[in-house]
Design a protein around this ligand. Structure first.
Ligand SMILES: *Cc1c(COP(=O)(O)O)cnc(C)c1O
Length: 368
C-alpha cells in the first residue's frame, strides 16, 4: 500500500481470505458458512467484502435490514441472503429482490404470509428464529405449539432454516448459560422438524461460538466479527488478521507553551512546552468524543501518541512531543498494528462499535 495522503480505511482482501479460511478450518467439511455483512460489513464495505466472500465460496449471507440486502443484490450477489430483522414496511421489496426473511414473531409471520397469499406466491424461503435466552428476537419455547399450528399443512412458506442466537459465547463464565441455550434450541428444533416433517438447516453459532462451541455447529454457522479479524479473545486475535486499517496524516504541527490550551472548551492544558499535531479525522468520521481527553492513543511512526482535548467534528489533536514527526506523516488509528479491540477498550466499548462507526465520509481503499 502506498502511504496515506488523507484519511482512509485501507481494506486488505487477503486478510479477509485468511480469516475466512481460518474460521472454516474450525468446522466440519460439510458445515455451511454464512457470512454476516450487515452494517456495511462491520463498517468496511459490504459490496467489495461480499463479492470477495462469494468468490471464496461462502454459502450464505446475512444482513440486518432489507435495504442492505437490496444493495448486495445490486452489487451482484447471487447467493441466498438472510435478512435478520426485516420490518413489515419493507416486505414487498424483500420479495422483489429475492431476499429471505427471518420470521421472528407472530406479527411479522402473519403479515408476510398475508402478503404472499395476496401475491399468490407459494413456498417462499424463510428462516424461523427462536429466542433461547437472549430475549431480543424470536419465538419462545411456549410459542412453539401455536407456531406449528400456523405452519402445519400450509405451503405458503418454505422453511429453509431454524436458528437462534447465543448471548455470551465469548465469556467462559457463561458457559452453563450458553449450554442451556443450545439445549433449548436442540429441543425446539427437533420438535419442529418432527412435526413438520422437514429437514431445514439448523444454526446457532456466531464467531465466538465457532471458536468455543464447535460441537454445536449444526448445519451452518454465522460469522461476522471473525471475518473482519477480531476473535473477542487474545488467543484467537492472534490467529485472525484485522482486514481494515484506519489511517490518516498529520495536517499541522503546533508548538505549545506552558499554559496554552488545545481545542474546544480548552479541554487540554499544556503543563510544559509541548508539541501537538492536528489530524483530519473527527467524530463525524466515527471517532467519538469518548476517545478524547488523553484516554486513547494513535500510532505515529510506530510510537503511541495520546489524543488530547475534545474530539472535534472533523479533527482530533494528539501529543507528539517525544515523537520525531512532520506534517504529512502517516498516523494509524487502528489496524493490525494497533488492535481496534484495545482502542475500543480505552473508551469502555467494544471493537464492534468502533469499527461499525466509521462513517461513509472516509474513503475505502483496497489491497489484494
Ligand atoms: C450480528 C449477528 C451475528 C454475527 O455475530 P459475530 O459475533 O459478529 O460473529 C450472528 N448472528 C446474528 C443473529 C447476528 O445478529
Amino acid at each position: 500500500m502506498p502511504k496515506a495522503l488523507e484519511t482512509v480505511l485501507e481494506i486488505d482482501l487477503k486478510s479477509l481470505e485468511h480469516n475466512y479460511r481460518f474460521l472454516r478450518s474450525k468446522l466440519n467439511p460439510g458445515t455451511k458458512f454464512l457470512s454476516v455483512v450487515k452494517a456495511f460489513a462491520y463498517g468496511s464495505d459490504a459490496d467489495q467484502i461480499a463479492l470477495k466472500l462469494q468468490e471464496l465460496g461462502t454459502d450464505y449471507f446475512a444482513v440486518a435490514y432489507v435495504k442492505e440486502g437490496v444493495a448486495l443484490r445490486k452489487a451482484g450477489i447471487t447467493k441466498p441472503i438472510l435478512v435478520l430483522h426485516p420490518q413489515p414496511v419493507n416486505l414487498e421489496i424483500l420479495i422483489e429482490f429475492q431476499l429471505e426473511p427471518s420470521m421472528y414473531s407472530f406479527g411479522i409471520l402473519n403479515q408476510f404470509t398475508a402478503l404472499l397469499n395476496r401475491k399468490e406466491i407459494n413456498r417462499y424461503p424463510v428462516h424461523i428464529k427462536f429466542n433461547t435466552g437472549l430475549n431480543r428476537l424470536g419465538f419462545a419455547e411456549k410459542d412453539v405449539e401455536s407456531l406449528l399450528e400456523l405452519l402445519e399443512n400450509k405451503d405458503t412458506l418454505k422453511i429453509v432454516s431454524l436458528f437462534s442466537h447465543l448471548a455470551a459465547t465469548e465469556d467462559p463464565k457463561e458457559e452453563a448459560f450458553t449450554r442451556k441455550q443450545i439445549a433449548k434450541f436442540e429441543k425446539i428444533s427437533v420438535e419442529v422438524t418432527n412435526r413438520l416433517k422437514i429437514q431445514p438447516i439448523r444454526h446457532i453459532l456466531n464467531t465466538s461460538g465457532i471458536l468455543n462451541y464447535q460441537e454445536a455447529q449444526y448445519d451452518m454457522v454465522r460469522s461476522g466479527i471473525g471475518l473482519y479479524g477480531y476473535g473477542n479473545e487474545a488467543r484467537y486475535d492472534a490467529e485472525l488478521k484485522p482486514i481494515a486499517t484506519l489511517k490518516t496524516i498529520i495536517s499541522q504541527i503546533h508548538h505549545l507553551s506552558p499554559s496554552d490550551t488545545v481545542g474546544y472548551n480548552r479541554a487540554y492544558v499544556s503543563r510544559s512546552s509541548r508539541v501537538s499535531a492536528t489530524l483530519p479525522i473527527g467524530h463525524a468520521d466515527g471517532i467519538g468524543r469518548q476517545y478524547g481527553k488523553g484516554k486513547t492513543f494513535v500510532l505515529v511512526n510506530g510510537k503511541m501518541a495520546p489524543i488530547i482535548g475534545n474530539v472535534c467534528m472533523d479533527m482530533i489533536m494528539i501529543d507528539i512531543t517525544d515523537i520525531p514527526s512532520k506534517e504529512g506523516d502517516e498516523v494509524i488509528l487502528y489496524g493490525p498494528e494497533l488492535s481496534a479491540h484495545e482502542v475500543a477498550k480505552t473508551a469502555n466499548t467494544i471493537s464492534y462499535e468502533l469499527i461499525t462507526g466509521i462513517s461513509q465520509r472516509v474513503r475505502r481503499i483496497y489491497s489484494s
